[in-house]
Design a protein around this ligand. Structure first.
Ligand SMILES: Nc1ncnc2c1ncn2[C@@H]1O[C@H](COP(=O)(O)OP(=O)(O)O)[C@@H](O)[C@H]1O
Ligand SMILES: [Mg+2]
Length: 290
C-alpha cells in the first residue's frame, strides 16, 4: 500500500517525470491574426508529424483560433487526412512556390473542422526541391507564398516531409517556431542533433527569430519501462524544451487517419483527443500560440 504522501506526489507528476503544471482554458480571442507560424519537423518518418499537425490544429481551432495547415510533403498525407482528395487538385502549394500567377486564397480549402483550413499538396511537390534550386532566394519561397494570408489566421502549422532538404529549409525560414515530435522508442534521439544543427544554420543565416518551441513525445506507452526511460533521456537532453503534454500510442489515430478526420472530432472524448487539447493549451500558456 502506498501512503497518502506517496500518492499525492505521484499525482502531481506528469508523464515526463516532472511536476505537471495546470494549463488554463485559453481566453477567447476577440480579433485575429497575424499568425504565428510553426513547423512540425523531424527528418524521420512515422513519428507523428502529420497526426500532430492535424490534431494540434483542430484543438487550437476548437479553442476559437483561426488555423491554417500547410502540407509541405509530396505524399499529401495532411491533405488526405483533412478530407482533400489530392488527385483532384490542379493547383497546389507546388504551383504557388514556383509560379507567380496564382492567388493563395484560391488554393486554400476549408476542412470539415470549423476555423481550420488547409493549403494542400500532392505528388507534384516532389519536383519542387530540384526546381527551386534555380530560383532567386530559393529558401524564401514559402515565406513569400504565405505572406498574403498571415493576417487571416492566428496560427499556421506546416507539415514537413521526412527530410532536411530545401522544402524543410523553406518551412524553417518561414516559421517563428519549431515543434519536434519524437517517438518514445530507443534511437528516438538519433538524428536529432543533425536536425538541431539545421535549425541553428537557418537561425544564423536566414531567420534569427526562429526558435524551438518544444519537443513532443509521441507514441508513448506509459506502462512500459522502456518508454519511460526514453522519456527520461529526452528530458535529460532537452530539459524545459520538452512539452509536459505527451501523446500516447493508441489505435484511434490510425482509425482517424482512415476516416480523414482529426481525432479531436472523430473520437472527441478520448484521451488522445484530450492530449492534443492539453498540448494546445500548453502552447498558448507558453506564448507559442495566440
Ligand atoms: N499516438 C499514436 N498512436 C498510434 N499511432 C499513431 C500515433 N500517431 C500517429 N500514429 C500513426 O502512425 C503512422 C505515422 O504517423 P504520421 O503522423 O503519419 O507520422 P509522420 O507524419 O511523422 O510520418 C500513421 O499511420 C498514424 O496514424
Ligand atoms: Mg507525415
Amino acid at each position: 500500500m502506498k501512503d497518502r504522501n506517496e500518492l499525492e506526489l505521484e499525482l502531481s507528476y506528469g508523464p515526463t517525470g516532472r511536476p505537471l503544471p495546470e494549463f488554463p482554458e485559453p481566453t477567447p480571442l476577440d480579433s485575429h491574426g497575424p499568425a504565428r507560424i510553426i513547423s512540425m519537423v523531424n527528418q524521420k518518418g512515422g513519428v507523428g508529424k502529420t497526426t500532430s499537425v492535424i490534431n494540434l490544429g483542430a484543438a487550437l481551432a476548437e479553442y476559437g483560433r483561426r488555423v491554417l495547415l500547410v502540407d509541405l510533403d509530396p505524399q499529401g498525407a495532411l491533405s488526405a487526412g483533412t478530407g482533400v482528395n489530392p488527385y483532384d487538385l490542379d493547383v497546389t502549394v507546388y504551383n504557388l512556390l514556383l509560379e507567380r500567377e496564382h492567388d493563395i486564397r484560391d488554393v486554400i480549402q476549408e476542412t470539415g473542422t470549423e476555423n481550420m483550413d488547409v493549403l494542400p499538396a500532392n505528388i507534384d511537390l516532389s519536383a519542387a526541391e530540384v526546381q527551386l534550386v534555380n530560383e532567386v532566394a530559393r529558401e524564401m519561397a514559402l515565406a513569400r507564398v504565405l505572406r498574403p494570408v498571415v493576417d487571416d489566421y492566428d496560427v499556421i502549422i506546416i507539415d514537413c516531409q521526412p527530410s532536411l532538404g530545401l522544402l524543410t529549409v523553406n518551412a524553417l525560414a518561414a516559421s517563428r517556431g519549431v515543434i519536434i515530435p519524437l517517438e518514445a522508442e530507443y534511437f528516438a534521439l538519433r538524428g536529432v542533433a543533425l536536425l538541431v544543427e539545421t535549425i541553428e544554420k537557418v537561425q544564423d543565416r536566414i531567420n534569427p527569430a526562429l526558435e524551438i518551441d518544444g519537443i513532443l513525445i509521441t507514441m508513448f506507452d506509459p506502462r512500459t519501462l522502456h518508454a519511460r526511460e526514453v522519456c527520461a533521456r529526452v528530458v535529460e537532453a532537452f530539459d524545459d524544451k520538452v512539452f509536459h503534454s505527451t501523446i500516447n500510442r493508441t489505435v484511434k489515430f490510425p482509425d482517424a487517419s482512415v476516416a480523414a478526420e482529426p481525432i479531436i472530432s472523430f473520437a472527441s472524448s478520448t484521451k488522445g483527443a484530450d492530449a492534443y487539447r492539453q498540448l494546445a493549451r500548453e502552447l498558448i500558456a507558453r506564448g507559442s500560440a495566440a
